[in-house]
Design a protein around this ligand. Structure first.
Ligand code: HEC
Ligand code: HEC
Ligand code: HEC
Length: 433
C-alpha cells in the first residue's frame, strides 16, 4: 500500500514537470516573438554565431557588448524562467546588477507573461548552444560601476505589466500597440530621449513625443512616425506601410540606415495580420504640427529641368548625379529608386540622414518577398561639401517639398574617414575642404 502511495505521489509530482516540457508549438511561437523583438540584431556580433553576443554598442559613456543568450553555460543555459524574465522585462542580470538600457527592457516591460514563457521555451530548446564568453564593457571606472544603473532603472523604467488593451478598443489596433510599444521597441530609436537618456514617452497615450523622431544615431535619423504629412507618415496608406515593413520598399520610400536591420531581421518575418496591426496602429498617431498639410506636387522644377534650365542652385549637380535614377520629376521608379517628391525623409527638419545617404550611398536589403537589391552609390569622393549642400537643398525645396536649408559646414561635419577612402579620385573631383 505504502509503495503504491509513493508511486502515486511520484507520478503527481512529476506531472507538472512533464506538462511544462515545452512543446514544438510553444517553441515556434517563441521563435516568432524573438523575431518581433529583433533579439538577433543586437545579440549577434558581425560574422558571429546567432545569439552568441559580442556586438559592440556605443553609449554616451563608452562601449557595451551584448551578451551570449544561447543556452550554453557561457550564455543563459543556467537561467531559470525567473532569471530570464528578470533580465528581459526588468533589466536585472542574473548576478543581480542592473543592465544598461542599451538592452531595450523598458519596452519589453509590456510583454505578456504568456509571451515570456514562449520566448523562454525558444531560447532554451530552440536555439543552438554556443560557447562564447561575455566581454566586459569598455567603460572606464568609476563610470563602469553598475549601481547608478539601478537608480536609473528605478527612476525611468516603466512598471512591468503585461500589455492590457484598453476597454472597447479595436483588437487590431491593440495588437499593433502591443507590438510597437512592446517587443518591437520602435520607440528605442524613433522616440526622442531626455538628457538622462530615457525615452520621453513609452506609449501613444503618454504624449505626442512618442515616435516623434530621434536625434542622429550613427549618423541616421529615426524620423517621426506620427501623422504629419511633411515629415511623418501622414501621406502613407496602411497598405504602403505593410509593404515597406515587409520588403523594405514601397512606392514612396526605400529603407536605409538602422531601419534596414529592422526590416531584414525582424519585420519581414511578421505575418501580414501583424504588419497590418502595426500599420493601423501607427496611422492612429496624430500629427504634431497643427498647420500640417498634404503634399502638393509643384511641376515648376520638373518643367524647368525638362527645358534644360538648371539655374536653380543645385539643379546641375542633381542632373549630373541623381536624375538618372530619381528622375527630373522627382518621382523615381516605383519600388526600385525611391521618389524624392513628397518623401518625408527628404523634408525632415534634421537633414542628417539625407546628407549621410548622399555621402555614403546605400543598398536596399534583399528580403524573401523582394529579393532584388538596388544600390545608390556614395558621392563623398565626387562632390564637394558645397555641392552636397546644394543638391540636398535642391531636393528639399523642389517638386513642392518643404525642408530647411543645410550648409556646407553641416556636410563637412558628417564626413567620416571610410567615406573619403571610397576612392575614384581619378576623375579629378575635389573630396573635402
Ligand atoms: C537594441 C539591442 C538589443 C536588443 C534588441 C535585445 N538586446 Fe538583450 N541585451 C542587449 C545588451 C547590450 C545587453 C547587455 C547589457 C549589459 O551588459 O548591461 C543585453 C542583455 C540581455 C540579457 C542579460 C544577459 C545576462 O547577462 O544576464 C538577456 C537575457 C537578453 N539581453 C535577452 C534578450 C532577448 C530575449 C531579446 C529579444 C526579445 C533581446 N535581449 C533584445 C541588447 C539588446
Ligand atoms: C535600430 C533603430 C530603429 C528601430 C528599432 C526601428 N526603426 Fe524605423 N527607422 C529607423 C531609421 C534610422 C529610419 C530612417 C531610414 C528610413 O527611412 O528607412 C527608420 C524609418 C522607418 C520608417 C520609414 C519612414 C519614412 O518616412 O520613410 C518606418 C515606417 C519605420 N521606421 C517603422 C518602424 C517600426 C514600426 C519599428 C518597430 C517595429 C521601427 N521602425 C523600429 C531606425 C529604427
Ligand atoms: C544608381 C541610381 C541612383 C543614383 C545615381 C542616386 N540614387 Fe539616391 N537612391 C537610389 C537607391 C537604390 C536608393 C535606396 C537606397 C537604400 O535603400 O539604401 C536611393 C535612396 C535615396 C534617398 C533616400 C530616400 C528614401 O526614402 O529612401 C535619397 C534622399 C536619395 N537617394 C537622394 C539622391 C541624390 C541627392 C542623388 C544624387 C546626388 C542620388 N540619390 C543618386 C538610387 C540612386
Amino acid at each position: 500500500m505504502k509503495a503504491i502511495c509513493i508511486a502515486a505521489l511520484a507520478l503527481t509530482a512529476s506531472l507538472p514537470l512533464w506538462a511544462a516540457e515545452p512543446d514544438a508549438a510553444l517553441i515556434k511561437q517563441g521563435e516568432y516573438l524573438a523575431r518581433a523583438g529583433d533579439c538577433v540584431a543586437c545579440h549577434t556580433a558581425k560574422g558571429g554565431q546567432p545569439f552568441a553576443g559580442g556586438l559592440a554598442m556605443e553609449t554616451p559613456i563608452g562601449t557595451v557588448y551584448s551578451t551570449n543568450i544561447t543556452p550554453d553555460a557561457s550564455g543563459i543555459g543556467h537561467y531559470s524562467f525567473e532569471d530570464f524574465d528578470k533580465a528581459v522585462r526588468h533589466g536585472i542580470g542574473k548576478s543581480g546588477s542592473s543592465l544598461y538600457p542599451a538592452m531595450p527592457y523598458p519596452s519589453y516591460a509590456r510583454v505578456t507573461d504568456a509571451d515570456m514563457q514562449a520566448l523562454y521555451a525558444y531560447f532554451m530548446k530552440g536555439v543552438a548552444p554556443v560557447a562564447e564568453p561575455n566581454k566586459d564593457t569598455d567603460i572606464p571606472w568609476p563610470l563602469s560601476m553598475r549601481w547608478p544603473l539601478a537608480i536609473w532603472r528605478t527612476l525611468f523604467a516603466p512598471e512591468v505589466e503585461g500589455y492590457q488593451a484598453p476597454m472597447g478598443s479595436d483588437p487590431v489596433i491593440s495588437r499593433g500597440a502591443y507590438l510597437v510599444e512592446g517587443l518591437g521597441h520602435c520607440g528605442a530609436c524613433h522616440t526622442p530621449r531626455a538628457i538622462t537618456m530615457q525615452e520621453k514617452a513609452m506609449s501613444a497615450g503618454e504624449s505626442a513625443e512618442f515616435l516623434a523622431g530621434s536625434a542622429p544615431l550613427e549618423g541616421w535619423i529615426a524620423k517621426s512616425l506620427r501623422g504629419d504629412h511633411r515629415d511623418g507618415l501622414g501621406s502613407w496608406s496602411e497598405e504602403q506601410l505593410v509593404q515597406f515593413l515587409k520588403t523594405g520598399r514601397s512606392d514612396r520610400s526605400a529603407v536605409f540606415g538602422g531601419m534596414s536591420d529592422v526590416v531584414e531581421h525582424s519585420m519581414q518575418y511578421m505575418s501580414t495580420e501583424d504588419l497590418t496591426a502595426i500599420a493601423r496602429y501607427l496611422k492612429t498617431l496624430p500629427a504634431v504640427d497643427r498647420n500640417d498639410q498634404p503634399h502638393q506636387y509643384d511641376k515648376q522644377v520638373a518643367d524647368a529641368l525638362w527645358q534644360g534650365d538648371d539655374s536653380k542652385p543645385g539643379a546641375s549637380v542633381y542632373i549630373d548625379n541623381c536624375a538618372a535614377c530619381h528622375r527630373t520629376d522627382g518621382h523615381g521608379y516605383n519600388r526600385v529608386f525611391p521618389a524624392l517628391a513628397g518623401n518625408p525623409v527628404v523634408q525632415t527638419d534634421d537633414a542628417s540622414s539625407l546628407i549621410h545617404i548622399v555621402l555614403a550611398g546605400g543598398t536596399l536589403p534583399a528580403t524573401h518577398t523582394a529579393p532584388s537589391t538596388f544600390t545608390m552609390p556614395g558621392f563623398a569622393w565626387r562632390l564637394s561639401d558645397q555641392e552636397v549642400a546644394d543638391v540636398v537643398n535642391f531636393i528639399r525645396t523642389s517638386w513642392g517639398n518643404q525642408g530647411r536649408a543645410v550648409s556646407a559646414a553641416d556636410v563637412k561635419g558628417m564626413r567620416t574617414d571610410d567615406m573619403k577612402h571610397t576612392s575614384g579620385d581619378d576623375l579629378g573631383q575635389s573630396t573635402s575642404h
